[in-house]
Design a protein around this ligand. Structure first.
Ligand code: ZN
Length: 94
């Protein structure tokens, strides 16, 4: 929710300024509104699908639940965490 508020505050500052926004400010305005929309959308999507406390809104690992190439036991659905695990595994066994 804080992301939405911060983005909306930026947009409001520019939109309610005395002077009409310059080209650069207008770009910041568009960017802020876009950020607000993206943040608001992630809010309406509900709790993250990854079930990860660190990356609740991250991507879900496409290999999760794959019967042909199952993930090692203990791995979650979070793609970011699984990528990190993959890198660590590869580093240990070159
Ligand atoms: Zn994660």
């Amino acid at each position: 929710m804080r992301d939405v508020q911060a983005a909306l505050r930026t947009a409001t500052d520019i939109a309610f300024d005395q002077e009409p926004p310059t080209g650069e400010q207008a770009e910041v305005l568009v960017d802020a509104l876009r950020r607000a929309l993206a943040s608001a959308r992630s809010l309406s999507d509900g709790p993250g699908a990854t079930g990860c406390r660190e990356h609740p809104r991250g991507a879900v690992d496409p290999l999760h639940g794959d019967p042909d190439d199952p993930l090692p036991p203990g791995w979650g659905r979070c793609l970011l965490c699984n990528d990190r695990r993959r890198r660590a595994t590869r580093g240990r066994r070159p």
